[in-house]
Write a protein that binds this ligand. Structure first.
Ligand SMILES: C=CC1=C(C)c2cc3[nH]c(cc4nc(cc5[nH]c(cc1n2)c(C)c5CCC(=O)O)C(CCC(=O)O)=C4C)c(C)c3C=C
Ligand SMILES: [Fe+2]
Ligand SMILES: [Fe+2]
Length: 327
């Protein structure tokens, strides 16, 4: 990875903050989607089926079928500078850099490019001694955050720490609440607010993953900050993949029930995603919005925090606090 040009004070800093996101294809084409999904779904943190069974199925059946189906969806959300997830993550790192002079801030991806392993190697080569990794997953999961930890554990030549989660961090809760408030001040308050989080297999949560508990606690903190009554908001889970049981209720089911109850305007936000991506822009803002419209209601999507100043401030505060305690 070629680091972006930075003021010399930052380039020569002995401390770095790495914002780590999931990753995304580098083009909206079937071969690029296949490469990306192959790396992502090939990680045993994400799919823990026995390798002898899963890898032939993944590469022989799932990827050849899924990549050509998903590539046009990526094409429908692609930005002039690339995949939204990559573009917003890069801009967010620049915004956080603005809040943390004297510390070098870079972005990296767990799967695909710019790869986290390459970023760590580059930082070490540049003489950085301390690296604070901030996975852009507000809620901890063994499927996502721990997979970042796997790469960090292999880093050599510098000290590495990781922020485990920030699901009820006051600055982050305020940033999300502020974004909902300003959306509602422009469009009016919808009849109901849905917090839609990426789903997980129920089996993963049953094995002790704290993800669902953190999603619930975070949504509750945001609802409290907004002064919402219990009946005015719902948590749901989207993006089911595969045949086993995933967390419930499913976002699609929740939206159908709300529209069926006659709720005209439904606001929806996805606080598990730091940056807009396929799962928000295509799945929620396009597909689910169409489904809701067909039932005679309106789904109003509130974007992720992306590279907003409030997001940069919240993440910079988390990083500053971690670095201050690192003596
Ligand atoms: C077993 C499969 C999956 C698990 C477990 C999973 C957990 C998980 N994922 C995110 C965040 C994102 N996922 C994204 C895309 C995506 N996720 C899966 C599967 C699992 N995710 C697939 C197959 C895909 C690709 C799209 C598709 O084929 O439908 C994305 C968006 C990436 C982008 O390029 O825009 C994000 C972000 C979390 C937070 C999470 C566990 C908590
Ligand atoms: Fe996912
Ligand atoms: Fe999806």
């Amino acid at each position: 990875m070629i680091p972006s040009p930075l003021p010399s004070s930052d380039r020569h800093s002995d401390t770095a903050v790495v914002l780590v996101n999931l990753g995304t294809p580098d083009a909206p084409t079937a071969p690029a989607v296949r490469r990306y999904l192959g790396e992502f779904l090939g990680d045993r943190r994400v799919v823990s089926l026995p390798r002898w069974f899963w890898l032939p199925l993944l590469h022989g059946v799932i990827l050849p079928l899924r990549a050509p189906k998903v590539a046009p969806k990526y094409a429908s959300i692609w930005m002039p500078d690339g995949s939204p997830l990559a573009v917003y993550t890069r801009r967010l790192a620049e915004a956080v850099q603005g809040e943390l002079p004297g510390v070098r801030v870079v972005d990296a991806m767990r799967y695909g490019a710019p790869s986290l392993a390459d970023a760590l190697e580059q930082l070490r080569a540049d003489g950085v001694a301390r690296v604070l990794a901030l996975p852009l997953y507000p809620q901890y999961s063994t499927t996502t955050t721990a997979a970042v930890g796997d790469v960090l554990a292999r880093a050599t030549g510098c000290q590495v720490r990781m922020v485990e989660d920030y699901h009820v961090d006051p600055g982050w809760v305020d940033a999300i609440a502020g974004s909902i408030r300003s959306h509602r001040s422009v469009h009016g308050a919808g009849g109901h607010l849905v917090f839609s989080f990426h789903g997980l297999p129920q089996r993963v949560v049953d094995a002790g993953d704290p993800y669902q508990r953190q999603c619930q606690a975070g949504a509750q903190a945001i609802a409290t900050a907004l002064g919402l009554d219990d009946g005015d908001w719902t948590v749901s889970y989207q993006s089911r993949f595969g045949r086993e049981r995933w967390l419930e209720p499913a976002t699609a089911t929740t939206l159908t029930a709300l529209a069926g109850r006659g709720v005209q305007d439904i606001d929806i936000i996805a606080p598990g995603f730091a940056a807009d991506c396929l799962e928000t822009l295509e799945e929620i803002a396009m597909m689910l919005a169409e489904d809701v419209a067909a039932l005679g209601s309106r789904l109003r999507y509130i974007p992720c925090l992306n590279d907003s100043p409030a997001h940069a401030l919240a993440l910079a505060a988390i990083a500053r606090r971690e670095l201050a305690g690192w003596v």
